[in-house]
Design a binder for this molecule. Structure first.
Ligand code: GDP
Ligand code: CA
Length: 319
């Protein structure tokens, strides 16, 4: 079976670990990763979502934090701060720096991001094929109004430095309109037996991937069933501030509203948590098969059960 998943960072990566636990030997998982969060820092190209997937599936992730490397030290960060060189709000550890140095060096030598990601994965052996959504630069910006007036900031500045405390007035994936899907992306979607939307952020993770011209249409046209899992439980994101970016696109932070935002053109099935059992009728009425199953990724067994439920729903809606 060929499974394709669109993934952001933490929510996507944790779900993928559960998915790997339930697939049969010989099944292939292709992950289309969000690169709209990418940022250039200290002259280095940082790809937070690709790295979160790679480290999580490769056994190098800082488990409690959900991002960055386990057993990190921060000597480089301290030295940069001693020179007065920022930003200080983005936490890059020493081990993580090495990843970004290798990536930046390879990009400077002319390799596309997809080839660089493959090379990095050679070390981490994530057990999935990790494809950047695009080799072209896409950068999500957020329009805010603060004491400097109305302006756009990089998504990382909005999320990490400002903790999404100001309302997001607009989310703009800068460069997405002219970006091309990365090598293998459209082919993987077309050839998939199942397509999954993990409980990743619907706007700045999955929404950004779908904003690359051709990807949304490919998912909509794919013969495979498409099943998603809600990142929203009980009217709030399980983790993070997804409600802030949902508000920016006029979508309420509920499991049902997120499903209907994707719509029946994309989704064949949707899983909500039992806390949102009342969403099942609304989603079903919208033309999307819906089931309520526990959706908290509290441990590997619970996460594997979510993946199994998603694959079962895909079988039910097939054809
Ligand atoms: P990011 O790029 O690191 O923000 O990660 P993603 O976009 O892949 O996932 C973020 C989303 O994961 C957030 O909106 C969370 O609500 C969701 N999430 C995190 N943990 C869980 C969980 O245990 N269950 C569910 N259903 N969603 C979760
Ligand atoms: Ca992200």
């Amino acid at each position: 079976m060929r499974i394709v998943a669109l993934a952001g960072g933490i929510g996507g990566a944790r779900f993928l670990r559960g998915l790997k636990d339930v697939v049969a030997p010989g099944d292939e998982i292709t992950v289309i990763g969000n690169t709209g969060d990418d940022i250039h820092l200290f002259g280095l190209k940082v790809c937070p979502d690709l790295d979160t997937v790679m480290y999580t599936l490769g056994g190098g992730i800082h488990e409690e934090q959900g991002w960055g490397r386990a057993g990190e030290s921060f000597a480089v960060k301290a030295e940069l701060a001693a020179y007065g060189v920022g930003p200080s709000w983005f936490g890059l550890g020493d081990k993580d720096f090495a990843t970004h140095i290798v990536r930046t060096q390879m990009l400077a030598a002319g390799y596309p991001l997809s080839a660089v990601t493959e090379a990095l994965c050679h070390r981490w052996q994530p057990g999935v094929r990790l494809l950047p959504m695009s080799d072209d630069r896409v950068e999500t910006h957020v329009r805010i109004t603060d004491e400097q007036g109305s302006r756009a900031v990089h998504f990382q500045e909005y999320w990490v430095r400002l903790h999404a405390e100001l309302p997001a007035e607009a989310i703009v994936p800068v460069g997405a309109d002219t970006a091309k899907p990365g090598p293998g992306v459209l082919e993987a979607i077309a050839a998939a037996d199942v397509i999954l939307f993990p409980p990743s952020n619907p706007v700045v993770s999955i929404g950004t991937i779908l904003a690359v011209p051709g990807i949304r249409a490919a998912v909509a046209a794919a013969p495979a069933p498409v099943v998603g899992l809600s990142p929203i439980i009980g009217g709030a994101p399980v983790r993070g501030m997804a409600d802030k970016v949902l508000a920016a696109v006029g979508v309420e932070a509920t499991a049902a509203a997120v499903a209907l935002h994707y719509g029946p053109e994309l989704l064949d099935g949707w899983l909500v948590d039992p806390a949102d059992a009342d969403a099942v009728d609304r989603v079903t009425a919208g033309g999307i098969a819906c089931r309520a199953v526990p959706l908290l990724m509290t441990d590997p067994a619970a996460t594997a059960a979510m993946a199994r439920a998603a694959l079962e729903l895909a079988e039910q809606v097939r054809g």
